[in-house]
Write a protein that binds this ligand. Structure first.
Ligand SMILES: CC(C)(COP(=O)(O)OP(=O)(O)OC[C@H]1O[C@@H](n2cnc3c(N)ncnc32)[C@H](O)[C@@H]1OP(=O)(O)O)[C@@H](O)C(=O)NCCC(=O)NCCS
Length: 157
């Protein structure tokens, strides 16, 4: 897949096993209960589509998805804390939706912590809607946290 230039100095390309060290470093900054490295290696070994977003060749964010019965599920989606609020989340999400568009999917789904205002706003801006709740889905510094299930229908109209 071709590398995509989106914002000035910003590129997005598929995630490779060599990227996992940098990805895991960001994951550790982003989450109270981060994914271990082996989970990333395992996902890539199973050919889950993954992408990294780079600023001047430095990995500053990533996303991984999986396909289940005609649906795409976003497993993780992160921009490194020091690179947030610059439009990179929007850029990566737009790239992901463009990547998924030709795949004939019915829906894209994901979970997001109920107190994650930034992510919920980002996803709702891109047409995700609230489907339900998973109780105590995340471990956070505040204790167990419910997750919203968000879905986006893929009619792309
Ligand atoms: C959610 C996340 C990916 C947003 O990345 P980002 O690069 O900061 O996002 P952008 O700069 O592209 O902003 C996109 C939109 O997100 C929303 N947003 C971002 N930060 C926000 C904040 N602090 N408060 C409210 N909305 C916010 C806004 O709608 C914003 O659009 P706007 O600037 O036009 O208002 C980032 O905060 C992140 O990685 N968080 C930690 C991991 C995470 O929670 N991932 C999602 C799990 S499902």
């Amino acid at each position: 897949m071709a590398t995509t230039e989106t914002l000035s100095g910003i590129t997005i390309r598929p995630m490779h096993p060599e990227d996992v060290e940098a990805v895991a470093h960001i994951e550790n900054q982003a989450y109270f209960a981060p994914w271990p490295k082996f989970a990333f290696y395992s996902s890539l070994a199973q050919n889950y589509p993954g992408f990294v977003i780079l600023d001047q060749n430095e990995i500053v964010g990533y996303t991984l998805i999986t396909f289940v019965a005609g649906l795409a599920h976003v497993i993780n989606f992160v921009i490194a804390p020091s690179f947030q609020h610059r439009g990179l989340g929007k850029c990566l999400l737009k790239f992901l939706l463009d990547f998924l568009q030709p795949q004939g999917l019915k829906q894209i789904s994901l979970e997001v912590a109920v107190n994650n205002v930034a992510a919920i706003r980002l996803y709702e801006t891109f047409g995700f809607n609230r489907l339900g709740l998973r109780k105590n889905y995340y471990q956070t510094a505040l204790g167990p946290m419910d997750a919203l299930i968000l879905v986006r229908n893929c009619d792309y109209t």
